[in-house]
Design a protein around this ligand. Structure first.
Ligand SMILES: Cc1cc2nc3c(=O)[nH]c(=O)nc-3n(C[C@H](O)[C@H](O)[C@H](O)COP(=O)(O)OP(=O)(O)OC[C@H]3O[C@@H](n4cnc5c(N)ncnc54)[C@H](O)[C@@H]3O)c2cc1C
Length: 314
């Protein structure tokens, strides 16, 4: 064992209650692939997070952050470093006037329902996205939502108010709306680890909240009809290209006859061309190879270069 690992091991051993070794990443990603993380740290408080970050920094070990693992493909060989996952004590939520305040590990669907229970709307877009608040702000997740009158595209940036985050040295930062830049499926959060977020939502009457609840049911039904929601996947693999006559990456892949293409246990979903599903036997390498094949074929047939939305943990 080299000096970095010895030092990481001894520092993380002092955090024994929430750090362990050789945790399989396939257990923590919705795609269900990924070998072992050399160290897996699951702090349950800001103090434990700070201690972890300082320990990792002083050992000089590589560090990755994993939320719900719903937009990640983890390497078959695992990760030779520390994977940090905010523990379930970071999944709290509360409301204060029209503000929805939550921990970085809170799950989006739960937040949608919690907001509506408190007569707060505009978070409907998040009802079917199986990610955490931290991961969703990091990648500015978004989807079709409901504004009380009509369906509309909405994302994490839309009602974002402020956040609390830690840097890799273990220092705490409070950022306001104007401090964070967002674009389509991107943010400037970068290396920061989001531990808390606040969204300014729309107050609703009881009648309006009931209408928004109906909209959520419709949004979820639409997902069940158009996405492989019960299969192992990482959601949309590619961003929607901004090209004339292109209604989205999924539609493009289908139009080019690439739906259902397979490598090993990984297959382009027969339900939605922008999803790759794992039949239970896929390795990360199958997924990567399938992605490369689809990208080459789309480029060859249409001249469009697909850009990846899914992230790699390697
Ligand atoms: C069935 C299905 C449907 C989906 N539908 C949609 C959709 O409609 N729209 C959409 O945008 N996405 C969708 N996704 C993708 C995914 O759920 C979102 O991108 C989600 O926001 C990822 O959050 P996560 O917690 O799983 O992040 P992870 O996948 O764990 O991580 C993604 C990135 O965020 C970073 N990260 C995670 N937690 C934190 C944190 N606390 N602080 C800082 N950085 C962090 C990670 O380091 C990584 O770079 C779908 C996925 C599935 C499986």
């Amino acid at each position: 064992m080299n000096a970095v690992w010895e030092s990481t091991q001894s520092t993380l051993e002092s955090l024994a209650s929430f750090a362990q070794q050789n945790e399989l990443l396939s257990r923590h990603t919705t795609m269900r692939v990924g070998g072992p993380a050399k160290f897996w740290a699951e702090p349950q408080s800001e103090a434990e997070l700070e201690a972890t970050l300082r320990a990792v920094k002083s050992a000089g070990a590589p560090l990755k952050v994993l939320g719900a693992g719903s937009n990640l493909v983890a390497n078959d060989a695992g990760f030779e470093g520390v994977v940090l996952h905010l523990g379930n004590r970071f999944s709290w939520q509360r409301v204060h006037d029209n503000l929805l305040v939550c921990g970085g590990a809170a799950l989006l669907p739960k937040l949608t329902h919690f907001a509506l229970k408190n007569n707060l709307g505009n978070f409907e877009w998040a009802c079917g996205i199986p990610g955490t608040v931290g991961g969703s702000l990091w990648g500015n997740a978004g989807a079709r939502g409901f504004n009380g009158r009509e369906w509309e595209s909405r994302d994490a940036a839309a009602d974002f108010h402020s956040l609390v985050a830690y840097d890799r040295e273990g220092a705490r930062h409070e950022l306001q709306r104007g401090d964070v830049e967002f674009a389509y499926r991107r943010s400037s959060i970068g290396e920061l680890i989001v531990t808390e977020a606040t969204f300014a939502l729309k107050p609703l009457s009881d009648e309006e909240a009931a209408r928004h609840r109906e909209a959520v049911k419709e949004l979820l039904q639409k997902r069940r009809d158009s996405q492989p929601v019960s299969a192992a996947s990482a959601g949309c693999i590619w961003k929607n290209p901004k090209a004339p006559d292109c209604r989205g990456a999924g539609e493009l892949i289908e139009r080019l006859g690439l739906k259902s293409r397979r490598v090993g246990g990984a297959q382009v979903s027969a339900v939605h061309g922008n999803f790759i599903v794992n039949d239970g036997s896929a390795r990360a390498n199958d997924i990567l190879q399938l992605m490369s094949e689809i990208e080459s074929e789309v480029l060859r047939q249409s001249g469009i270069q697909l850009e990846r939305e899914v992230r790699f943990l390697d």
